[in-house]
Design a protein around this ligand. Structure first.
Ligand code: ADP
Ligand code: MG
Length: 702
């Protein structure tokens, strides 16, 4: 039985949050820190010592022995290096110290993290700097208690080497441009715009004993072999089904840990595929949400083991059943709480809403390749476009009501007439858009869901920083363009109307409300000129296009050099991932599958001989043996082929892009070839001799 918990009693107790800061800091220091956080500025070093000391006392009181700068290098996961608070002992007595300098800045050997060439040009040294907009927190586990300080990570010369830096920069960019639009609409009270983000996290849980018997899961996070089980997800009996007790215990422990960390874990349910689940926190500021999502993923993996489970975050752990994604819910709101994607009740509010909507539509259409890239990963290549998750083509679902309004604006009369001082934009007022409108389209990669957009492409195992800094930047860019135009307008009302009409006409090709999984859509999208980037290697190009470089440069989100290094890192990561997968397949096929089949073929051969000697009809044994042998031969040949190609690939010279292309076109193809006979053999061989757990066992033995 789980102990009863009081959620309000434990929520955020492991966070040095606003309330803690107020309690532990002198009033003036607290105020100064708060101002710094609100303005998103660097911390004044004069108060850093006081904050560090208060933080240390709080942490030590709670049992902490160490602190760590916690950062998000380009690996997509987090990194940490723990230091104890121990200062040089005095007269043999331990003194615990933590200075402002240690809080604000850390030094780390950047050469141990992917830098995509930045480290060749610059010094190997890297720096971590406290992001005081994300509070410090305590992580407790069996290994003790540690104070975590969220930080940004950059090179000696200031180039971003992480996922946090561009995110923070992009939040500033979109806030700045959105404020210009708000001012034009007469808002004088808002001081800044927050990006709100709620990321739904999908994952699989399987039995740990079984997991430990699968080298493919251990080394690559996904199954590289496995015949389809007799039962898949066709009965739809897992989705929202009752949660098994063992899983519920895991979820409970996870929730408690997350709540203590101030992560507002809210919703949990079983997902479509057997053994698949989802957790959604309440949305938060996008920087916090990104940090929290990392904590969620890390906690899931760790806590699963307490329950004899293994958590799989891979996008496609099992062929033939649904994969996992991360739905990134995104909206903009003023610091005084107005959601800019909430259609208003008055025509005036509606016009403002439509301007923001248009900015998103235009941004997504103009930078579809970049948005696609933000969700690309080797794991997600198995998911996007595979008749389950969103297709690889970016399109936007708006719903009938909004499309209808845009159509009216397109064909209606432009009018500058103000009624009672209010503006009319083609239509007087929007109908109340119900959040639960029945026409929610599950196949759309980018759907408007009432007062936010839901970007459904991002990979389950990846950081949500990329999707968010991309969205923030492309929207900031269009808002800038809109503001430039509207600020100059002689008649604001006419200009707004014209802007909305023109943007809709020019960019409505990106709107699609039909079935995103259908073959017809692929053809239709091609006719409309929408990019269809089917794999993560092709996607990388978008990082270094002129268009992207200008975009990120204009808003100081990523420099040309930083973009080039990121492209490089993507190619390298792809090569490494496929190389590991290929070598794991070779290992399993040669050391587990082939020996097992050879042995079993011997058993069948002996039976065949015995049946024949007994003078009986041995046609079944013969047929079986022949089929096993034919597939064994194929397995053997394809194993040799994969081994050869992988060796060839590892000796490739040349740039990382051509290496990635080779891995995709030859190594990956050879992997698929090898899997075929292996999966057929699984169905021919006695289950007692098959060397590892099958899909049926992995997916249903919980
Ligand atoms: P679904 O039906 O896709 O599961 P939910 O309504 O449960 O969608 O919401 C999913 C996520 O969207 C949650 O994390 C929720 O907090 C978040 N969300 C809700 N409103 C907003 C908003 N205005 N901006 C960003 N995220 C939001
Ligand atoms: Mg969703």
């Amino acid at each position: 039985m789980n102990e009863k918990v009081s959620v309000p009693g434990i929520f955020g107790i492991n966070v040095f949050n606003d309330a803690m800061m107020r309690d532990h800091l002198p009033k003036q220091v607290y105020q100064e820190l708060k101002n710094t956080i609100e303005r998103g500025e660097m911390l004044n070093s004069s108060i850093a010592d006081i904050i560090a000391n208060a933080m240390k006392d709080w942490a030590i009181e709670r049992g902490a022995t160490h602190y760590t700068h916690w950062f998000q290098p380009m690996t997509g996961i987090t990194a940490e290096k723990h230091d104890s608070f121990l200062a040089p002992p005095s007269s043999g007595r331990a003194i615990m110290e933590f200075s402002g300098k240690e809080l604000i800045k850390g030094e780390s050997d950047a050469s141990s993290f992917p830098s995509g060439g930045l480290r060749a040009t610059f010094e190997a040294r890297g720096y971590t700097a406290w992001d005081c907009t994300s509070p410090a927190f305590l992580r407790e586990d069996a290994g003790g208690v540690t104070l975590y300080i969220p930080t940004a990570f950059c090179s000696y010369t200031g180039e971003a080497l992480d996922k946090k830096t561009p995110l923070l920069r992009s939040m500033e960019a979109v806030s700045k441009q959105a404020m210009r639009i708000l001012r034009l609409f007469g808002n004088t009270t808002a001081k800044k715009i927050n990006v709100c983000c709620g990321a739904e996290q999908e994952y699989f849980l399987i039995d740990r004993e079984l997991y430990n018997q699968r080298k493919d899961l251990i080394f690559t996070g996904r199954t590289l072999f496995g015949a389809a089980p007799p039962k898949g997800q066709e009965l739809d009996d897992h989705y929202f089904g009752s949660i098994k007790e063992r899983i519920a215990c895991f979820m409970h422990e996870l929730n408690v840990e997350l709540w203590k960390l101030g992560v507002p874990a809210k919703t949990q349910h079983n997902e479509v595929a057997p053994a698949q689940h989802e957790l959604a926190p309440i949305y938060d500021d996008c920087n916090q949400a990104t940090d929290h999502n990392q904590l969620i993923m890390e906690a899931m993996k760790r806590i699963a083991s307490h329950h004899g489970l293994a958590c799989l975050l891979h996008e496609k752990p099992f062929a033939g059943v649904n994969g996992s994604g991360k739905h990134n819910n995104w909206s903009l709101s003023t610091d005084d709480g107005q959601n800019l994607l909430d259609p208003g009740k008055t025509p005036h509010e509606n016009a403002q809403f439509l301007v923001f909507l248009c900015a998103i539509i235009k941004g997504v259409d103009e930078h579809a390749e970049l948005l696609r890239l933000s969700a690309a990963s080797p794991g997600n290549d198995h998911r996007l476009g595979s008749q389950e998750a969103p297709p690889a083509i970016i399109s936007i679902f708006l719903g009938d009501q909004l499309v209808d309004i845009f159509d009216q604006i397109e064909h209606g009369e432009a009018t500058s007439s103000s009624q009672g001082g209010r503006m009319r934009v083609g239509v007087n007022t929007l109908p109340d858009l119900k959040r639960d409108a029945t026409d929610r389209n599950r196949t759309s990669p980018f759907a408007f869901t009432g007062n936010k957009f839901e970007f459904r492409m991002p990979p389950s195992s990846g950081s949500i920083s990329g999707p968010n800094f991309t969205l923030n930047t492309i929207v900031a860019d269009v808002l800038m363009e809109f503001a430039n135009e509207l600020e100059k307008a002689e008649d604001f009302n006419i200009a707004v109307h014209e802007l909305i009409r023109r943007t809709y006409v020019e960019h409505k090709r990106i709107l699609f409300d039909g079935n995103g999984y259908s073959q017809e859509w692929i053809q239709e999208a091609e006719r409309r000129g929408l990019p269809n980037i089917t794999n993560s290697v092709d996607a990388v190009e978008a990082f270094v296009s002129e268009k992207t470089m200008r975009l990120f440069g204009r808003h100081n989100v990523l420099s040309k050099l930083e973009l080039q290094s990121r492209a490089e890192i993507r190619y390298e990561a792809y090569v490494k991932q496929i190389n590991i997968e290929a070598r794991t397949m070779i290992d399993i096929a040669s050391k587990q599958i082939r020996p097992a089949v050879v042995k079993y073929a011997g058993t069948v051969a002996r039976s065949l001989a015995a049946v024949q000697t007994a003078g009986c009809d041995a046609s079944v044994e013969r047929e079986l043996l022949e089929e096993i042998n034919a597939n064994l031969k194929l397995l053997h040949e394809r194993l040799k082929m994969l081994t050869e190609i992988t060796e060839q690939a590892s000796m490739l010279k040349g740039d990382s892009k051509s290496q990635a292309l080779f891995y995709r076109d030859y190594v990956f193809a050879a992997m698929n070839d090898l899997r075929e006979p292996a999966d057929r053999l699984e169905m021919l061989v006695d289950e007692d001799v098959w060397p590892f757990p099958t899909y049926g066992e992995l997916l249903y033995n919980i």
